[in-house]
Design a protein around this ligand. Structure first.
Ligand SMILES: NC(=O)c1ccc[n+]([C@@H]2O[C@H](COP(=O)([O-])OP(=O)(O)OC[C@H]3O[C@@H](n4cnc5c(N)ncnc54)[C@H](OP(=O)(O)O)[C@@H]3O)[C@@H](O)[C@H]2O)c1
Length: 305
């Protein structure tokens, strides 16, 4: 099969190569999926799991990409819940070969059915950003209707999902980002926007939940804006700051079939809009994943045209 591999950490995305690799076999509880579309998170080549297995043994050349939409072609021993020929989408294990390939072996529990009226390209754009937003807001942030949320990077892949899901849940959303992101953030449902390069963040007053996708100084200043009993949720590593009287939570997104189904249902009925910045065919994927100009939103690779 055709697959994109990486062998050298230092080379980053410039070290990606499109090569021939053996097709994967389904282990216990796995399915093999013929990948139709794959997502890629630009920072994943900095994660240790891209380079080693769980025992920290080198697993290069490894196949990156962790979100996908495709069709099940084989079931491993003991696999239940999915069948051959079924359309699926979901999140691949961080420590195994990923989804920038024609086939991937993946635990069935990491996948959900992809309804027939949702395009594979859309399906592949939802797992990382949708699940991260869902888990950060509702599991870790315990968001309630009527609360206020500061959604950093609201025009980005995760931030745009955070903005929409929080708004739908009845929260008052303040988006943040660059000056040029204002209208995009408002279109996704933010009521106000903070231009982090030019506005005073502190002018927004107190909020119940900060959803941090940036870290550093922005995270530290945001922690000071959290109301008593509120929460700082961050997805960019261990929290460096905490609210004076509240919680700080950092987490890594997990696959969850029920949540994937909630997310895709919202896309079908128009409550949620995916944020795709660029779509490329597989033969051009290495170029698309090394853009000369940074694009907003997800880059999706159409592995099967
Ligand atoms: N822990 C987890 O499970 C998890 C899951 C998903 C993603 N992540 C991480 O979360 C981060 C965001 O992911 P993403 O896919 O949403 O990225 P993204 O699409 O690039 O969105 C980030 C947004 O924040 C903006 N931004 C960043 N720094 C800024 C600053 N200093 N001032 C103003 N705006 C700023 C970006 O604008 P510019 O592009 O103009 O900088 C962009 O619009 C990444 O580091 C990713 O690795 C973690």
């Amino acid at each position: 099969m055709k697959a994109i591999v990486v062998t050298e950490r230092a080379a980053g995305t410039a070290g990606m190569k499109l090569v021939d690799r053996p097709e994967p076999q389904a282990s216990i509880n796995d399915v093999v999926v013929r990948v139709h579309a794959s997502g890629f998170v630009p920072t994943e080549l900095t994660w240790p799991s891209t380079w080693t297995d769980r025992l920290e043994r080198d697993r290069t050349p490894s196949i990156p990409g962790h979100e996908l939409a495709g069709v099940v072609t084989a079931l491993g021993y003991g696999t239940t819940g999915l069948s051959v020929g079924q359309r699926v989408f979901g999140l691949a294990d961080w420590y195994r070969d990923g989804t920038l390939a024609e086939y991937v072996a993946i635990e069935a529990r990491n996948l959900a059915p992809l309804p027939g009226d949702v395009d594979f390209t859309v399906g592949a754009s939802l797992p990382v950003s949708g699940l991260t937003a869902w888990q950060g807001l509702f599991q870790h942030g315990r968001l309630q209707a009527g609360q206020s949320v500061l959604a950093h990077g609201a025009a980005g892949a995760v931030g745009s999902m955070v903005t929409q899901l929080a708004r739908e849940a009845g929260a008052y959303v303040i988006g943040s980002g660059r000056a040029a992101d204002r209208q995009t953030a408002l279109d996704f449902g933010a009521k106000e926007f903070v231009d982090l390069d030019n506005d005073a963040l502190e002018d927004i007053g107190k909020v119940d939940l900060v959803f941090d996708v940036i870290g550093g100084d922005i995270q530290k200043r945001s922690a000071g804006l959290i109301r008593v009993g509120g929460t700082l949720v961050t997805i960019v590593g261990p929290a460096e700051a905490r609210p004076s009287d509240g919680l700080a939570v950092d987490f890594v997104v997990e696959a969850d079939r029920a949540q994937l189904s909630e997310i895709v249902q919202r896309v079908r009925d128009g409550r949620l809009r995916t944020n795709i910045g660029n779509i490329s065919i597989f033969d051009d994927a290495v170029t698309a994943l090394n853009p000369t100009r940074r694009r907003k939103g997800n880059t999706i690779i159409r592995v099967r045209p």
